[in-house]
Design a protein around this ligand. Structure first.
Ligand code: COA
Length: 200
């Protein structure tokens, strides 16, 4: 690892969004969001969150996220609309391979906030964090082959489809689905820097 996770800011701003690490005080709102978006996030939710019963479990989950951040393994940022303070989704960097170095990005938007470009804005921001602050050579991204919206977000951010792993995943109902892998190289990101969002 060629950066210290403790030196990484826990808060960033983009044109329309505040991205920041969750705090214990976010647990109630996060639990409400999760309850309202269960169906929308069904295929995406990590296993650890599936049995969550209330905001106490979410607080524990936030503690786990903080530990993973300190260890340099997972960096999860909530996304809030700056103008209204409304929570709109989440972006993360995870599963780094510091030997390359590279890291994986992921995201979701809450159902009511879809189609506004917030996943695109959040993904661009974490790519910038990965390239500029972590010094990675490439950012990777995976999604199920039937998740067309997610693939569109990746392409809009300049990612290239690099591979299709047949029946590598299965839906929650057990049906197999192909997994798509996308990649964005530092050189490609630098070339498109003009379109990147400015941090304030
Ligand atoms: C995948 C997911 C994040 C995509 O969300 P989304 O709302 O389509 O993504 P965005 O918020 O970036 O919006 C993009 C859309 O907004 C539109 N848009 C509106 N204003 C925009 C702006 N200022 N900038 C960019 N796009 C904008 C774009 O045209 C695009 O529409 P299109 O998909 O019809 O081309 C969302 O469906 C989701 O959370 N799904 C469940 C979890 C999930 O699957 N996560 C990904 C796992 S790999």
């Amino acid at each position: 690892m060629n950066f210290n996770p403790a030196d990484l800011p826990t808060e960033f701003q983009t044109e329309r969004l505040l991205l920041r690490r969750y705090q214990p005080g976010d647990a109630a709102a996060y639990w409400r969001m999760l309850s309202e978006n269960r169906a929308h996030l069904r295929e995406f939710l990590p296993k650890e969150l599936e049995p969550a019963q209330g905001e106490g479990d979410i607080r524990e989950h936030f503690k786990w996220q903080e530990k993973m951040w300190r260890r340099g393994e997972i960096f999860i940022l909530g996304m809030w609309e700056r103008a209204s303070g409304v929570f709109v989704g989440e972006v993360y960097l995870a599963n780094p391979d510091w030997g390359v170095p590279c890291i994986e990005a992921g995201y979701f938007t809450v159902k009511m906030q879809g189609g506004k470009g917030y996943a695109v804005e959040g993904l661009r921001a974490v790519c910038r964090i990965a390239f500029e602050r972590m010094g990675v050579r490439r950012v990777e991204l995976q999604c199920a082959a039937d998740n067309e919206k997610s693939a569109r977000v990746a392409r809009r951010c300049g990612f290239t489809l690099e591979g299709r792993l047949r029946e590598r995943d299965h839906k929650k109902d057990g049906l197999p689905v192909d997994r798509l892998w996308f990649g964005l190289l530092r050189s490609e990101w630098l070339a498109s820097l003009q379109q990147q969002l400015n941090f304030i």
